[in-house]
Design a protein around this ligand. Structure first.
Ligand code: SF4
Length: 199
């Protein structure tokens, strides 16, 4: 889209009436990060804290993500964080297909503007919505390509809140993602190593 910008997308999301989540949200949550971000994290939907503040990943799951990013040596300035849908589903239910479809053009515009080197899918809903995948636990830790984009698959930080073993899994995955980013940064001229095709 000509003359598009992250600010323009965010302004449209904030006033968006396109699906029924507009009727129950307090604040839409467009996402945050630099247009120059190398990694785009895509989760499921805003939760209660995000809905209150209008910012992504500011609740307990976000705190876990922040801590693990820091441990992995990934700077927040390298990252753009958003969700499949930009408004909180009531009672944190899973977003419905019509809501995901209505919101998808915003996400596509954000991806086009940021042009991340890699998209990190957080959890099952983002996995099924973006790649038609079923089990994120079976596929996590993998890098796949699809439609000219490169994806890294991992679990949602919310899945690790009461599960220490899962938190270790997420920590390992983010460390692997950090290594991939280092590899991409260290030699942009390097031909990408062969990736596993998703389909
Ligand atoms: S979830 Fe997306 S499509 Fe639905 S109202 Fe919010 S911004 Fe609009």
């Amino acid at each position: 889209m000509k003359n598009d910008s992250l600010e323009k997308v965010a302004a449209e999301i904030i006033g968006c009436p396109l699906c029924k989540l507009a009727r129950t949200r307090r604040n839409a949550v467009p996402g945050e990060g630099q247009v120059s971000a190398k990694i785009m994290f895509i989760g499921e939907a805003p939760g209660r804290n995000e809905d209150e503040k209008g910012r992504p990943f500011v609740g307990y799951a976000g705190k876990i993500l922040d801590e693990l990013l820091k441990k992995a040596g990934i700077q927040r300035s390298e990252v753009f964080i958003t969700n499949i849908v930009k408004c909180r589903p009531p009672d944190n239910r899973i977003p419905e297909d019509d809501e995901i479809s209505a919101c998808r053009p915003y996400l596509e515009r954000q991806i086009a503007l940021v042009g991340p080197k890699i998209i990190c899918i957080l959890g099952r809903t983002a996995y099924s919505s973006l790649l038609g995948g079923k089990s994120i636990t079976a596929s996590r830790g993998k890098i796949v390509k699809n439609g000219g984009r490169k994806y890294f698959l991992t679990i949602h930080p919310a899945a690790t809140i009461y599960n220490k073993a899962m938190r270790e899994v997420l920590e390992q995955d983010l460390s692997k993602l950090a290594n991939e980013i280092k590899r991409l940064n260290s030699d942009d001229n390097n031909k990408d190593k062969p990736l596993e095709d998703f389909f």
